[in-house]
Design a protein. Structure first.
Length: 161
């Protein structure tokens, strides 16, 4: 049933956003950590999302790139649209933010280098709050979609009675 694949998309997106909120919480918790197990200050982590599978026609093997070539999706026949697999969202990786660290001059700090500087993490609490708000709203939107799909399925089953 194709209906279940739409539920999979919504559920995978909710799981990805939940992981994103956990990474954001970890960033906020380490916003002032000047020393980590690896030796340096904490670096902000960012979640990178991707699609679970490319949209692929099962017979011809054509890839339809949805983010660069909108025309290819529009040109698909109804049979091709039925045959493509909808899978959802996946987390590709969690990467370190390359934003530079903030140097602070304090020769008395235990993590200060020979010039008297130590470095604060590249975590901006306001930016983390905005990311958390966006992740929460995305989670809520996918939860609403999931609930509506569930309601539609329930109503479809009652029609057959």
């Amino acid at each position: 049933m194709a209906f279940l694949s739409y539920l999979d998309i919504s559920v995978s997106a909710m799981a990805a956003q939940r992981l994103r909120t956990e990474v954001i919480q970890h960033n906020v918790a380490n916003a002032h950590s000047t020393r980590t197990e690896s030796g340096g200050p904490y670096r902000r982590q960012v979640v990178v999302f991707g699609e679970h599978r490319p949209f692929k026609n099962m017979q011809t093997g054509k890839n339809y790139v949805t983010n660069r070539n909108f025309g290819s999706i529009l040109e698909m026949t109804m049979a091709e649209r039925r045959q493509r697999r909808l899978a959802g969202v996946r987390v590709l990786q969690i990467v370190e933010d390359p934003t530079p660290l903030t140097p602070i001059f304090d020769p008395t700090h235990p993590d200060a280098n020979e010039e008297g500087y130590y470095y604060l993490p590249n975590v901006d609490i306001a930016e983390e709050q905005m990311d958390m708000l966006a992740a929460t709203r995305s989670y809520e939107a996918n939860l609403t979609i999931f609930d509506e799909l569930k309601n539609m399925a329930t109503k479809a089953l009652t029609i057959g009675r």
